[in-house]
Design a protein around this ligand. Structure first.
Ligand SMILES: Cc1ncc(COP(=O)(O)O)c(C=O)c1O
Length: 443
């Protein structure tokens, strides 16, 4: 009997529809990854590539970390799956407690799902259901923000503010409005951390309240730093103002911390960095350091309590997923939180922030570098677009960098960097050194 052959490189690229990727260009020159350890990827042709983006903002503990690998292996052998409706397994409770302990204030309840998109749609549904069970059924409007990214579910796409993600998909959700985005290059260019200018843009929420009336608005959702549209840190005072306006009008405030959670901004959550307690936090990515898909929503105690009022045998929230709190994800999550704690990685990110920001700003003055923004261990670098197409310059930079041994994310003509939190100072130097070479090459 002949054995099936497995090779590192597939012999046919046709069947896989690659997400958020120009498929024809990719399949003509695929970037194939076959392994990963700590700060590096290994390519199909055996090269080591420095990970400047923690995969996709998720591998905060680095790759292939032994305790996480072992936890997943052990759990796969012990409990492959347990139904999450009407049944549960111990690690779901353990991980929920650990996450609640990291979250500020009375953000005490954790609802699990499998991705950031599901986390966002879950949070939006909880917001609507919370008002419904509280006798405020008229509060159905959801407010997002221009240039926001909240995943690809219908809810997240509707509150998101990226035209390319929206325009192919019809009318999405009804009753959604958007705050203006917070970026202004004239006022903010080359800022380290939170820009001085822009806090007043939170007042636009008052305008939306005046337009729609607070009694129709359920929730506002924002990323504390907008990641996917090119790293837009919150201006000073902006999130605090949003909180105050939401409080004034009984509107729930949701922080989408799918990127900013688990140390990315030098604290467990951005909510802690800004001293603002939202009503819900969505998370994903870093919770398992990307090793197993997982997402979730952390909910303030009074919201959960509002659901716990009816007869105790009745389901309180008709929502959940077959793979909510999957055993492998929970095992990976607990092991990941152990690594974050034992290696003090959130504090490490905070300590490295000034080194990182200085290194990023070292690119200022290179040809075609229009702006650099940094916050936590994140940087966004805007490159001048080519006359024949928006996005082509950054795409060329990404291709060139991968060939030169470094990976980063691109969005439009912005390069986005967010390394694993274990990055060394020497590797920070390597990241920006390689990027400088690449920028000179593609300009
Ligand atoms: C802020 C934010 N929300 C939601 C998502 C969606 O997460 P996922 O791709 O896991 O569905 C992302 C993904 O990048 C994100 O950055």
């Amino acid at each position: 009997m002949s054995m099936p052959q497995t090779t590192a490189v597939p012999n046919d690229l046709a069947a896989y529809w690659v997400p958020f990727t120009p498929n024809r260009a990719f399949k003509a020159a695929p970037r194939l990854i076959v392994g990963a350890k700590d700060m590096h990827y290994i390519t199909a042709d055996g090269r080591r590539v420095l990970d400047g983006s923690a995969g996709m903002w998720c591998c905060n503990a680095g790759h292939g970390r032994d305790p996480i690998v072992k936890a997943i292996q052990d759990e796969a052998a012990r409990l492959d799956y347990a139904p999450p409706f009407q049944f549960a397994h111990p690690k779901a409770f353990e991980l929920a407690s650990r996450i609640a302990a990291l979250a500020p204030g009375d953000l005490d309840q954790v609802f699990f799902c499998n991705s950031g998109s599901e986390a966002v749609d879950t949070a939006l549904k909880i917001a609507l259901a919370y008002h419904n069970v509280s006798g405020r059924g008229s509060r159905t409007r959801l407010i997002g923000r221009e240039r926001g990214y909240h995943g690809v579910g219908f809810g997240g796409t509707a509150v998101g503010g990226i035209v390319a993600n929206r325009k192919q998909f019809g009318t999405l959700l009804a009753g959604v409005d958007h705050l203006p985005h917070t970026y202004n290059r004239e006022q903010q260019a080359f800022t380290k951390g939170e820009p001085e200018w822009g806090g007043h843009l939170a007042d636009e929420l008052e305008r939306l309240v005046a337009l729609h009336d607070a009694s129709t608005i359920a929730a506002v959702i924002v990323e504390p730093t907008a990641g996917s549209t090119g790293v837009l840190p919150a201006p000073k005072g902006y999130l605090q103002k949003l909180r105050a306006i939401c409080d004034r009008h009984g509107i729930l405030l949701i922080f989408d911390e799918v990127i900013t959670g688990f140390g990315r901004l030098g604290a467990a959550f951005a909510a802690e960095r800004y001293g603002v307690v939202p009503d819900m936090i969505t998370f994903a990515k870093g919770v398992t350091s990307g090793a197993v898909p997982m997402g979730g929503v952390i909910v303030r105690a009074p919201i959960y309590e509002a659901f716990m009022q009816g007869p105790p045998h009745v389901i309180e929230l008709f929502h959940g997923y077959t793979y909510s709190a999957h055993p492998l994800a929970c095992a990976a999550g607990i092991a990941t939180l152990d690594v974050y704690r034992d290696e003090d990685l959130f504090a490490r990110a905070k300590r490295l922030e000034p080194v990182w920001a200085d290194a990023a700003m070292g690119l200022k003055g290179l040809p075609g570098v229009l702006d650099i923004r940094t916050v936590g261990l994140v940087a966004g670098i805007d490159l001048a677009s080519l006359p024949d197409g928006f996005g082509r310059r950054a795409y060329a930079a990404m291709e060139r960098a991968f060939a030169d041994g470094m990976m980063f994310r691109i969005t439009g003509d912005t390069v986005a960097l967010s390394p694993p939190l274990i990055v060394s100072e020497a590797q920070i130097g390597e990241i920006f050194g390689t990027l400088a070479t690449v920028i000179k090459a593609v300009m």
